[in-house]
Design a protein around this ligand. Sequence first.
Ligand code: ZN
Length: 454
Amino acid sequence: MIHADRALLPQGWAENVLVEVGPDGTIMAVSPGRPVPAGAERAGLLLPGIPNVHSHAFQRAMAGLAERLPEGEASFWTWRAVMYAFAGRMTPDIVRAVATQLYVEMLEAGYTAVGEFHYLHHQPDGQPHADPAELALAHLDAARRAGIGITMLPSLYVTGGFGQPAEAGQRRFLHDLDGYLRLVERLRGETAGRADEGLGIAPHSLRAVPPDMLVDAVGAWRALVPDGPVHLHLAEQVREVRECLEATGRRPGERLLELVRPDPGWTLIHATHLADGELAALAVSGAVAGLCPSTEGNLGDGLFRLADWLAAGGRLAIGTDSQVVIDPFEELRWLEHGQRTQVLRRTVAASPEQPHTGARLLTAVLAGGRQALGRPIGRIEPGARADLVVLDADHPRLVERAGDGLLDSLVLAPGKGMVRHVMVGGRWRVRDGRHREHDRAASAYRQAVRGLAP
Ligand SMILES: [Zn+2]
């Protein structure tokens, strides 16, 4: 039982809110305007936990290691070569330690659920592990240790480009459709009946999955779980758009719309380079744009068309992707500031209906994250998981801030240490800014990555 002076509920801010949590970690009742009952935990400012819809956990170990000038020009593709070299050295034990450290960092930052877009499936030579699900299970194990909610998104990866064979560095990622669907089935069994876990599928991208396999994989998944999550990288890079045009005569968004019917179960990661027609059609489809602003900036991807997407009614969520930044508020600030430097005006995400920029962004990614991860999260309401963030109401950066204006400060003028306590599924995972596994996870991480950097 938690009593909050102020809490962000689906209908907006409310005062003196009593949140009752059942023994299974589900919110049972939410009652505004109530006095503090005996035995209640006091919270000044209460927010729903924030969903992180796009993570490649192993990349946490190489964050910051691809910033040196290479020979020739530094592009997404030269970064990817470093990433492949790194991926080649990962063992299940290293992955488990790296993912545990990462998920602890996410919880301390206010993320309470993660979508793990997992493509590092096999041994370095491409042979499956004795248990083909071993690396996927290492991520689930890490999520359980850290106590973060997780939607496992095993990725289907087949080709090295449109109609191109896979490269040596991609051997660990590859499946045929039958092997892939066996992995999905296995993970469905692993996550079934666990309220803080979910499952979706992740055909990697149009460049990595042939069209017929994309259609078949989505069809097989939809037959199993009609509204289950489907995640796909879309139009991240200009070169990818050009290659798609050359191979199919269509831009990636147009090609996707031609092959499948994206619906609210779909999450389009990046969706950076969209032309008018595909942007409008994808926005009205109800699919979520899974934006990763710090990574998109780091990799020189380009800027998502945020104003046009929002004007068309598009939905959005955020992800940490390459793990260079683990902070939901910084991610949203990047999103808004990137737009401002391009369109040369302020408050790009705001609208007459929601004039507060920070509030518009945060409420959008709570709703979009819930949709993208396919779990009852992102809302403080009966039936939702008790995934909660308690902010420091006395933080100098939040003093004299109220209502949606407080969310503006949180996103656009933040200070250190604003996230005090974090709960997932009714259990406190972070207290006073620190995860209970903080030291143990960091020590295991240091051990695991020793000698890993090139
Ligand atoms: Zn990604």
